[in-house]
Design a binder for this molecule. Structure first.
Ligand SMILES: Cc1cc2nc3c(=O)[nH]c(=O)nc-3n(C[C@H](O)[C@H](O)[C@H](O)COP(=O)(O)O)c2cc1C
Length: 353
C-alpha cells in the first residue's frame, strides 16, 4: 500500500541514487535497537519452505539476483526483507569503476530497466572482508534459518579474453571460504567481448579450471553458470552438454537481454537516448521463461536450474517454481513491486501447497 507512494518519491531520484539511498536508509533502520527484528517481522517469508539445491539448504527458494548488492554492503537489511539467498557481485579481482554515468535507466511504462553498469565493484579483497564480517556476525547470532550467500564471478575489463579464466579462478580462490555457492558470469552484455566467453571452448576452459581448483578443496562448493537469454538453441544445447561434461552444479537462466522486443511505444521513444545495455523486468519475462523451459527439457532434472528474469509478482514467482525451477531470483520486480514481493511469492506458493 505504502510502496507505490514511496516509489514515486524514489523515482524522482536517479535510479542509482534511489538504489543506494533506499538501501542505506534500510541499513540504518536495521542498526537501530530492535530495528532488524521489527523489519524482519513485517517481511518474513510466510511459512518455512526450505529447499536443498546443489547440497545446500536454502531457507526459502526466493533469492536476490546479482548486481543488486554488488559489494556485500546490504546483507543485514536483505535478510530482514525475507530473502532466502543473495548473490553478491559481479566481483572482479581488482576494483573497477564500471561505465560512465548515467548507466541505469527506467522504463516505467513497461516495468523495465536498462543497465550498462559494466561490473562496477570494490574488488575481491574488499568483498572478502565484508563477507567474513557477515559470517562472524551470523555465527555469533546463532540464527536458525541462515540466508545463503552466492558470489557472482567476473573478469576485469582490462583482462584480455584469453586470460579471462585466470580472473575467474582468482576471485573463486579468494572467496571460496566466504561464499556458499559461486556463479560464473559470462552473460553480461556490458563488458566488451564478455559474451564471447559463452562459446564452447572458452567456457570449457573457465569452468574446467574452476572445477579443478574446487575439487582440490576439502569442501568443494557448488559452481553454477549464468546464461544469456539471447542464445540460440544450438548454443543452449552446447551449454547443457558442457554442464554435464565439466560437470557444473547448476544453471542460472537468465541474465538481461540485448533485445528490445515487447516494449510499449512510450519506452520505444526513450530507447535512442538511452543507448546500449541489458534490458530486464517485464519485457524479459517470456524470453527468460522460454529459455528456462528449453534448458529444463534438455537436461531433465539432472541439473538444478535457477530461474531469473521478469518475475514481477507473487504469481510469476510461484509459477516459475511450479514449472520446475529449483530456485528463483528477483531484481527488477523488487524495484517496481517493492520489498513485499518476496512475501507475496511465499503466500502464492503456500496457496498451492
Ligand atoms: C542494474 C542491474 C545490474 C545488474 N548487475 C548484474 C551483475 O553484476 N551480474 C549479473 O550476473 N547480473 C546482473 N544483473 C542481472 C540480474 O541479476 C538479473 O539476472 C536480470 O536483471 C534479470 O532479472 P529481472 O528481470 O528480475 O531483473 C543486473 C541487473 C540490473 C538491473
Amino acid at each position: 500500500m505504502i510502496y507505490p507512494l514511496l516509489r514515486s518519491l524514489l523515482f524522482t531520484l536517479s535510479p542509482e541514487q534511489a538504489h543506494h539511498f533506499s538501501m542505506k536508509c534500510l541499513s540504518m533502520a536495521c542498526a537501530l535497537p530492535a530495528g532488524e527484528s521489527l523489519i524482519s517481522s513485517c517481511f518474513r517469508f510466510p511459512s518455512p519452505m526450505p529447499r536443498t539445491v546443489s547440497g545446500i539448504e536454502f531457507p526459502n527458494p526466493v533469492g536476490l539476483g546479482a548486481g543488486f548488492d554488488k559489494n556485500a554492503q546490504y546483507l543485514a537489511p536483505l535478510q530482514a526483507l525475507g530473502f532466502g539467498f543473495v548473490e553478491v557481485g559481479t566481483i572482479t579481482p581488482l576494483a573497477q569503476p564500471g561505465n560512465e554515468k548515467p548507466r541505469l535507466f527506467r522504463l516505467p511504462a513497461d516495468e523495465a530497466l536498462i543497465n550498462r553498469m559494466g561490473f562496477n565493484n570494490d574488488g575481491m579483497e574488499a568483498v572478502k572482508v565484508r563477507l567474513a564480517q557477515w559470517k562472524n556476525r551470523e555465527a555469533a547470532a546463532h540464527t536458525k534459518s541462515k540466508m545463503i550467500i552466492g558470489a557472482n564471478l567476473g573478469k576485469n575489463k582490462i583482462t584480455p579474453n584469453e586470460d579471462a579464466w585466470k580472473d575467474y579462478v582468482k576471485v573463486f580462490q579468494h572467496l571460496h571460504e566466504a561464499a556458499d555457492y559461486f556463479v560464473v558470469n559470462v552473460s553480461s552484455p556490458n563488458t566488451p567481448g564478455l559474451r564471447a566467453l559463452q562459446d564452447k571452448d572458452a567456457l570449457l576452459q573457465i569452468t574446467e579450471q574452476l572445477q579443478h581448483y574446487n575439487q582440490g578443496k576439502q569442501n568443494p562448493k557448488p559452481i553454477w553458470l549464468k546464461i544469456a537469454p539471447d542464445l540460440s538453441k544450438e548454443q543452449l544445447n552446447d551449454i547443457v552438454e558442457l554442464a554435464h561434461r565439466v560437470p557444473l552444479n547448476g544453471l542460472v537462466a537468465t541474465n538481461t537481454t540485448i533485445s528490445r522486443e515487447n516494449l510499449s511505444p512510450a519506452s520505444q521513444e526513450k530507447l535512442a537516448s538511452i543507448g546500449m545495455g541489458g534490458l530486464s523486468g517485464k519485457p524479459l519475462q517470456k524470453l527468460s521463461q522460454d529459455v528456462f523451459q528449453y534448458v529444463r527439457q534438455q537436461c531433465g532434472n539432472s541439473i538444478p536450474i535457477i530461474s531469473s528474469g521478469g518475475i514481477m509478482s507473487g504469481a510469476d514467482g510461484a509459477s516459475r517454481l511450479l514449472a520446475g525451477a529449483d530456485l528463483i531470483q528477483i531484481w527488477t520486480g523488487f524495484i517496481y513491486r517493492g520489498p513485499t514481493l518476496v512475501k507475496e511469492i511465499g503466500k502464492e506458493l503456500a496457496s498451492h501447497q
